[in-house]
Ligand binder design. Structure first.
Ligand code: G3P
Ligand code: CA
Length: 251
């Protein structure tokens, strides 16, 4: 197995930038994560109608921007006019929806790791991966960890570059059990996996580590100091944090 730009995921990963402190998935949020000293930041990426990879968590523009409707049905020239901060500050702002390329430029020469969560719109899984990878290939000095809830996206990525660092994310074990996650990860040479905190147990983490699969954990709420300590003690490599201020002050 040849891996280029080998890296270790740090203990704390900024979630959508630092989503509780600044509007998620914006340049402001990513720069705030840098300023706090985080070595890895997670963002959600999908393509616009004209196939520009942009930062957007939801399928639609409604929750996080002043626009509405499906993101993949809007051209970037229209998306870039939207306010991506007013949902957070409850007033007009100058925060914009960034392109992935703008974000990649921020990471050049920083040694920081970018975690791109592949968040495709339905039926655009292949195009999404293709466009994202086309762009990230131009920034090969930036260490990137790709992840996705969408297995199709992970497989597509690995089919384009078998050495890419990728991980499947699971919210529950309902559709994919632990054994299946392990089998898929080994077969496809996935680097890590992402699990919701609610499905984490000592045994789950032990089994994944025994199989040499790195475990990252996210939660619907900001992970507390005590929870983080417990997770790291279990052997979890990284936790996603919405607001790492207290963690950084205490560990
Ligand atoms: O990858 C961890 C986390 O980002 C997954 O959940 O919904 O915040 O994208 P979500
Ligand atoms: Ca995400």
């Amino acid at each position: 197995m040849i891996r280029i730009n080998n890296f270790n995921l740090p203990r704390i990963i900024g979630h959508r930038g630092v989503k509780n402190l600044f509007p998620e998935n914006t340049i402001e949020s990513i720069l705030a994560a840098f300023k706090l000293g985080l070595d890895c930041v997670e963002i959600d990426v999908k393509i616009s109608k004209d196939k520009v990879p942009i930062l957007m968590h939801d399928h639609t523009l409604d929750r996080t921007t002043s626009g509405s409707g499906f993101a993949h049905l809007h051209r970037f020239e229209d998306i870039k006019k939207l306010d991506a901060g007013s949902f957070f500050y409850k007033k007009k702002t100058n925060c914009l929806v960034p392109t992935l390329e703008e974000v990649l430029k921020l990471f050049v020469n920083t040694n920081k790791i970018l975690n791109i969560e592949l968040k495709p719109s339905n039926s655009l899984e292949k195009d999404n991966v293709k466009e994202i990878f086309k762009l990230t290939s131009k920034y090969d000095s930036v260490p990137i960890y790709y992840s996705s809830f969408d297995l199709k996206s992970c497989l597509e990525l690995i089919s384009i570059n078998k050495n890419a660092f990728c991980g499947l994310i699971l919210d529950s074990f309902n559709d994919c059990g632990l054994s299946q996650l392990i089998a898929l990860s080994k077969k496809n040479n996935f680097y890590a996996c992402g699990l919701n905190k609610k499905i984490i147990t000592v045994d789950v983490v032990r089994e994944l580590i025994e199989k040499k699969i790195i475990v990252t954990v996210y939660s619907d709420k900001n992970i507390t100091n005590n929870e983080a300590k417990e997770l790291w003690n279990m052997g979890v490599q990284s936790i996603f944090s919405d607001d790492p201020t207290s963690l950084l002050n205490n560990f």
